[in-house]
Design a protein around this ligand. Sequence first.
Ligand SMILES: Nc1nc2c(ncn2[C@@H]2O[C@H](COP(=O)(O)OP(=O)(O)OP(=O)(O)O)[C@@H](O)[C@H]2O)c(=O)[nH]1
Ligand SMILES: [Zn+2]
Length: 221
Amino acid sequence: MFDRQQENTYPKNLTVGEQVDLPSVYGTFKLIPFQDKVNGLEHIALIKGNPQPNQSTLVRIHSACATGDLFGSLRCDCGPQLHQALRQIEQAGRGVLIYLQQEGRGIGLMEKIKAYKLQEQGFDTVDANLKLGHQADERDYKDAAEILHYLHISKVDLMTNNPLKMEGLSQYGITVETCIPIIIKPNKHNAFYLQTKQERMGHKLLQQAFDQEKAKFENLK
Ligand SMILES: Nc1nc2c(ncn2[C@@H]2O[C@H](COP(=O)(O)OP(=O)(O)OP(=O)(O)O)[C@@H](O)[C@H]2O)c(=O)[nH]1
Ligand SMILES: [Zn+2]
């Protein structure tokens, strides 16, 4: 069980659910659900091992994508990223995956599917959001940061390609010690989407990320 001494301090804006074991095809995790007291959104933390407060913890913050996470959609890279992250955390023996209810980069499912419709008409993922009157990315990482603080985690090795996610967490007092790229091989359905994320949203993808990985291994020689 996690020490709940800090319960009075964290989480301020979240209700904490029961802690249970979750045996999965990736390994066994502890599962804790959380609910945002303001908007009612429910998030999940899957925890492996005992994160150490003084050490950096391997963390994946994963935004919900019903199409990719549940139905294996090839339009994005979400499903494979989710599964790769769980495999990596299991392999490391310690880490946390936070599944945030931020469908469609925070605009919700109805709006994301409208954005998909626009993408079928030739808009890219950024312009489709803008055309609908949204920002390119409406996510906020306050809940994620609160969950991490609740778990006594303040330093993370973050599995992401997304610079906004790193900034979003830092803004709420989480130190991103390292950023670990989570690269999924593009397919013909998501190549343009991934290219747009690289060119317009600053994602460290494809060649840049492969180069980073290579450099990391070269440093170890
Ligand atoms: N609005 C919109 N949302 C999308 C589209 N494609 C995927 N998404 C959403 O984008 C989000 C992707 O989340 P993540 O995989 O956590 O994050 P990311 O920003 O791609 O960054 P990584 O950490 O590198 O994976 C999910 O909420 C998806 O539902 C799209 O074309 N339009
Ligand atoms: Zn997706």
